[in-house]
Design a protein around this ligand. Structure first.
Ligand code: AMP
Ligand code: GLY
Length: 426
């Protein structure tokens, strides 16, 4: 069969690798893909179509006779990729646009969680500066978390430590409109204490299967310091999400979410990302995302033992409860190699060199994000450039292996965190 993967990050490279491993698959197209998917060869090739050009993607899928499409980024879902493909009877993994509101509208997600008693931070919604200001003037407890309701490329959340910062945030959102229409509505919510973790499920709307729980590292600096980023590294399984915690996540979050979405006539299908805050073993939802996370996908997908394509097909033909969904008895760590300066401005076009010794490490995978492969040369083209993953019997070994492998990849200004996974080693 022929599979189309929409997106261009390391997450989509990891999806392409998992899909290409399936014996059922003859062709994998990645649109638009990146330098890494361009270099994979064999079954895999890029198609130069933007992830939000839904009509273009659909025409391509028709022309090539694509059997199954997998959507990576939320922007494609918000653009209605699943609606269009499904309305023409094409198999596609992801939620319909209305169901994708769990991520694309924080107001929808918060109101939904409130209706179904799903644990999350208490909140208020504002649609103008003056009422948000009045609210903050009467607020005595800080931090408060201020969020643009719509999609803001992962940047629309401000944790305001005090009233001044909170006032600045609403000024930026409502008056300077730094996120444009994404901040027509703004959520102000209470600050949750605890430790964060990511739990992903694959669901057909009713049945669901869990991937291994993972943990992202969002800050740029070691020890979780400095600015927020798209994610600097991840590991799985995360011991923080014990069997007991996962049971609570299932009963208090997954079941009511899927049931609630069905009840409201917008059954949720595809990957659901549950961003958790866990405090003394009690999980609550920080956010829902309607896709796999990046960099978490670069650890949870390589740890999946089952053929991903079989599981995806099962999620589309009503047999998800019947297929195996097995994980390797290993741990994985991924370290993001970024351009110096990221998440602020950085230079592009740096030559990337990879020591051939890296190839010999068969438990190590190099996933590309901001790379370009032109005329046989690999160069940097983004902030997060590469994501290097290692699998090993234990987390400690996977950390050692991945940091050893980092030494085999070079480009000018290469930056990575040195403590990915460290907080899970006791
Ligand atoms: P989001 O885009 O909703 O995931 O928010 C980005 C980051 O902001 C999260 O990963 C958390 O680190 C932080 N955050 C968001 N909401 C809260 C909250 N209510 N309490 C504490 N931290 C939060
Ligand atoms: N790892 C955070 C995200 O994918 O949104």
């Amino acid at each position: 069969m022929k599979v189309l993967i929409i997106g261009s990050g390391a997450r989509e490279h990891a999806l392409a690798l998992a899909v290409a491993r399936s014996e059922k698959v003859s062709h994998v197209y990645v649109a638009p893909g990146n330098g890494g998917t361009a270099m994979m060869g064999g079954k895999v090739e890029n198609a130069a179509i933007k992830a939000t050009d839904i009509q273009g993607l659909f025409a391509f899928a028709e022309k090539k006779g694509v059997d199954l499409t997998v959507v990576g980024p939320e922007q494609s879902l918000e653009s209605g990729a699943v609606d269009l493909f499904r309305s023409s009877g094409k198999m596609i993994v992801g939620p319909l646009k209305d169901a994708a509101q769990l991520e694309t509208s924080k107001v929808f997600a918060k109101d939904f969680m409130k209706r179904y008693d799903i644990p999350t931070a208490s909140y208020s919604v504002f649609s103008d500066y003056d009422s948000a200001r009045a609210f903050l003037e009467n607020t005595t407890v800080f931090p408060q978390v201020i969020k643009a309701s719509g999609l803001a490329a992962g940047k629309g959340v401000i944790v305001a430590e005090n009233r001044d910062q909170a006032m600045q945030a609403i000024e930026d959102l409502f008056r300077k409109r730094i996120f444009g229409g994404a901040a027509d509505e703004v959520v102000i919510e209470s600050f949750l204490k605890g430790e964060e973790a990511s739990v992903f499920v694959l669901t057909d709307g009713k049945e669901y299967r869990f991937f291994l729980p993972s943990q992202d590292h969002k800050r740029i600096g070691d020890g979780d310091t400095g600015k927020n980023t798209g994610g600097m590294g991840a590991y799985a399984p995360a011991p923080l999400v014990s069997g007991e915690v996962l049971k609570k996540v299932e009963e208090r979050i997954v079941l009511p979410t899927l049931e609630g979405m069905r009840k409201e006539g917008v059954p949720y299908t595809g990957f659901l990302y549950i961003g958790l805050m866990i405090d003394k073993g009690e999980p609550s939802v920080v956010e829902f995302n309607v896709r796999l996370g990046d960099p978490e996908a670069q650890v949870v997908l390589p740890l999946l033992q089952t053929d991903l394509v079989e599981a995806l097909e099962a999620s589309l033909n009503g047999t998800l409860g019947e297929v195996p969904f097995e994980m390797k008895a290993q741990s994985a760590t991924t370290v993001v190699l970024a351009s110096r300066g990221y998440p602020d401005s950085y230079e592009k076009g740096k030559l990337i060199t990879i020591d051939p010794k890296l190839e010999a490490l068969d438990q190590v995978m190099l996933f590309h994000a901001g790379t370009a492969y032109v005329d046989g040369q690999l160069t940097t083209s983004g902030g997060r450039v590469l994501s290097l993953t290692a699998l090993a019997p234990t987390l400690k070994e996977s950390i050692d292996l991945v940091y050893n492998a980092v030494g085999f990849v070079h480009f000018e200004g290469r930056y990575c965190r040195r403590d990915i996974g460290a907080k899970a080693i006791f």
